[in-house]
Ligand binder design. Sequence first.
Ligand code: NAD
Ligand code: TYD
Length: 350
Amino acid sequence: ATLLVTGGAGFIGSCYVLARCTAGDTIINLDKLTYSGNLEIASANMQFSHIFVHGDIGNEELVEYLLKIYQPDAIVNFAAESHVDRSIIDPEAFVRTNVLGTCTLLRTAKAWWNELAADRKDAFRFLHVSTDEVFGALQPGDPAFTETTPYSPNSPYSASKAASDHFVRAFYETYGFPALITNCSNNYGPRQFPEKLIPLVTLNALARKTLPVYGTGSNIRDWLHVEDMPAIQRVLEAGKTGQTYNIGGNSERTNLQVVHGICDVLDAVCPSAEGPYAALVKFVTDRPGHDFRYAINARKLSSELGWHPTHTFEEGLRDTVLWYLNNKIWVENVQSGDYRNWMQTNYVGR
Ligand code: NAD
Ligand code: TYD
């Protein structure tokens, strides 16, 4: 198949692009290469089936051109501003890409799709990759989010993703545009930009810098290994249009458990003469509006589409930490200008 993938130079998108190229699909990868996009990772081992296009999902003429030239069988929309802490500092950037960008992409794709011959029109799919954060925060003991949990976003990031999900839904209801949505829990794994908890703590620990834990470290996330994201392909191939599917890893952990897990791996594989890594933990000012707990009930995906996560968190975390240890060049490349500015903005004086 030919797929237009947006945001395919980012953390999850690049993993998907690599998997689909390996499976024999042709990928048109439209990515703006913001600070979190990295072309090197997206183009590894896939010269012949990967066409990279540097551009914005909100560029109507460009998207129109790509659709006409490449005639994709589906669009998978990963492109987004993705970090909650950045959304607290600059919410508008999230509106521009996540809301306006997605709406322009939908409108342009819908106009092109409308003119397709009946068989191609029936077969076409638009998959929008969203997050569990749109459901808001759970307390301990609350049942996990299901597909019918009402949206209740608390951060500018989750508000922008919720808005984009509503537009996707509206395009299905209003125009019959064949869209689907996945709402996924926190991903972790190789090549995640080190602004997110797991790579940030791993790289800070290796540099013997403090490990910033927001608040008391008791907030809970439900972790899913990025290589369990073939879930997306399952939904694309077998999901029902107009439906949403939750994706989760059944791996709820407190942030402190995650941080200690990383420190345990490092203590085992590269012990420091200066003592255990966990001594570097520093409790810092909490994130404003910090959602206490996320947890995903992915039963619909497992019962209707037969998908199950394959990685256990402890094994996946160990592999991830080892990946960062073994890929120093990748790490050095991303720890450049924007990374340093962000560490300054978000952490100094916190
Ligand atoms: P990421 O920040 O690593 O990657 C985002 C990619 O989108 C980057 O390559 C960036 O250059 C590109 N991009 C940004 N704005 C763009 C624009 N206007 N036009 C074209 N490209 C643009 O993010 P990620 O973690 O890979 O997340 C991918 C998607 O999955 C996002 O939609 C995110 O909301 C969603 N998601 C992420 C997680 C997670 O834990 N990381 C969990 C659930 C859902
Ligand atoms: P993050 O990786 O930013 O993902 P999200 O906010 O989308 O869940 O953060 C995961 C959890 O870790 C979240 O509860 C916030 C917390 N956290 C810290 O305690 N310290 C940090 O430096 C970061 C980046 C996150």
